[in-house]
Write a protein that binds this ligand. Sequence first.
Ligand code: ATP
Ligand code: MG
Length: 259
Amino acid sequence: MSMVPKSHPRYKSLLNRGKVVEAFESGILAKGGLIAHGRGETYDYLIGEKTPKAAEEAIKASAAMLLLAKNPVISVNGNSIALAKDELIDLATELNGKIEVNLFYRTTEREQKIKEFFEKNESNNENYKNNKIILLGIDDANKQMPNVDHLRGKVSEAGIYTADVVLVPLEDGDRAEALVEMGKQVIAIDLNPLSRTAQKSTITIVDELTRCIPLLTEEIINLKQKNLSNNELKQISEFDNKKALNKVLKLISDNITTE
Ligand code: ATP
Ligand code: MG
């Protein structure tokens, strides 16, 4: 992928595609993850490959919700790690450091590959090296989520099982729904405003993962600096998800309508 010149109009998209292919080849990503990525690319095209206004608002509400959380957990899978491992580490560092690996196709081999990817990756994020991250869901996934089949419902007690707010980049719809049924506030990142994940979550950020994670981290830092009260944060976290999703659908509809 280093072959792609920076001037290429699809540079960022091709770079991300390369990361996903590499992750597949190294065993971090399952085959199905490649297809999920392609679906995401399609929707990114439809929203104009930039963060929609509705997503900016969702990011702000999510930042406040995450700051108010007692036990926030960032749930990651093969796709999200392949695309944005370091960005997710930086985000977790601004929270309680908890990242939980939760795989659609969980195998011991993939779990170990992911652990290695975090531990001895070439970029070796400073925040990870400085032990600011608690990587959950690999050796300690011994609790079961209700209404989700066995392997996909395995979660960590210190993590998702007891979390009050869960950030789920690229989650599957039935798990997102099960998390909401467990009484959690669920923040999803999903380019498809029509997916069950997008529809069921408390807040859906309809934006591309690598574009919105740094924005979310920046917003958290920004809100921290303002020293707001819990009441003020609560107000910022109030969000009408249906309305926001409709705004994105309107954007897509405008984008594909020719005069
Ligand atoms: P659901 O189960 O929620 O109805 P789905 O089955 O259609 O969704 P999955 O294959 O479970 O979709 O998950 C892939 C989802 O991740 C898709 O909705 C896709 O738009 C989204 N996605 C893929 N790549 C990205 C990305 N880089 N950033 C944000 N979202 C992405
Ligand atoms: Mg699905």
